[in-house]
Design a protein around this ligand. Structure first.
Ligand SMILES: Nc1ncnc2c1ncn2[C@@H]1O[C@H](COP(=O)(O)OP(=O)(O)OP(=O)(O)O)[C@@H](O)[C@H]1O
Length: 264
């Protein structure tokens, strides 16, 4: 795998404090707190309806917390629009593919470079040398990231014709192209074959280990969570019922009870 240089700024913790989300009469999240340590994989798990997707949507700015705060380092993210949050270094992938169907892998990855483009439309339109240099640098970075996710041979193929697992990697690559400090992954391996799952899990581990990017992982597959995560936050009915290392939460009676309860 090609190595890509680490993000220039040291990653900061993502701090979730007392976040409550209420929908007409229903408390989807109830004073939830956890901290995603820099350069770690932090999984958010819980039975159906526990509040995982709501957490994800709050972190990415799709939902606004009724109260509480989300901070990256000292920067307050609460209440910011999704593109602002992405611009501050918290990038997300989508559970369902969100790639333009005709775009090549290179074009799909380039979408992630948009916020980093400095040369304005005028400079680009006038074909100024500065704009050309910048475009070259972005293309180079796209190639590096394609190498990182193992898709450099597929750069000029339409992303839409690739197998599902590779399309999901393109989507992950698009998020990496934003040079995030934190990557939010919403069920990144759902619907994949065993081979695809292994490959994506390896890339996720590599994103942490080689790039030092923090990852928030909302995932149903316990095997992957237990293998990949450094820390786990467990939700049940909108409350944080446990947190710690995978081994700690696995043996936590409240967690066992929450999962057993859903099987009855
Ligand atoms: N936009 C919304 N409007 C109203 N209620 C919502 C909304 N989004 C989520 N909820 C409710 O909030 C609670 C938490 O849902 P959420 O989708 O966050 O759980 P989850 O842990 O992601 O579940 P699953 O594993 O089934 O995806 C549920 O009771 C859900 O019905």
């Amino acid at each position: 795998m090609v190595r890509v240089s680490t993000a220039p700024t040291a990653p900061e913790p993502l701090t979730v404090r007392d976040v409550t989300v209420r929908f007409a009469g229903l408390t989807a999240l109830d004073a939830v707190s956890f901290t995603v340590e820099p350069g770690s994989v932090h999984a958010v798990i819980g039975p159906n309806g526990a509040g995982k997707s709501t957490t994800f949507n709050v972190l990415s700015g799709v939902y606004r917390a009724t109260s509480g705060s989300v901070r990256l380092g000292t920067t307050e993210l609460t209440g910011l629009a999704p593109h602002k949050i992405a611009g501050l270094g918290v990038a997300r992938t989508f559970q369902n593919l969100a790639l333009p169907p005709q775009a090549t892998v290179a074009e799909s990855l380039m979408l992630g470079r948009h916020r980093l483009t400095r040369a304005g439309f005028v400079a680009a339109g006038l074909r100024l040398p500065s704009a050309a240099r910048e475009a070259r640098a972005h293309r180079e970075r796209v190639r590096e990231i394609a190498g990182f996710i193992g898709l450099d041979a597929e750069l000029e193929k339409p992303a839409g014709i690739l197998p599902y697992g590779k399309q999901k990697l393109v989507e992950l690559g698009r998020a990496l192209c934003m040079e995030p400090q934190v990557l939010l992954l919403d069920e990144p391996i759902a619907g994949m074959t065993a081979d695809e799952r292994r490959r994506v899990a390896a890339v996720v581990a590599d994103v942490r280990d080689s790039l030092g990017i923090s990852i928030v992982l909302v995932e149903h597959d316990m095997g992957v969570v237990m293998k990949l995560a450094d820390a786990v936050t467990v939700l049940d009915f909108g409350r944080r019922i446990a947190g710690g290392t995978p081994a700690e939460v696995q043996n936590d009676p409240a967690v066992v009870q929450a999962y057993l309860g859903t099987q009855e």
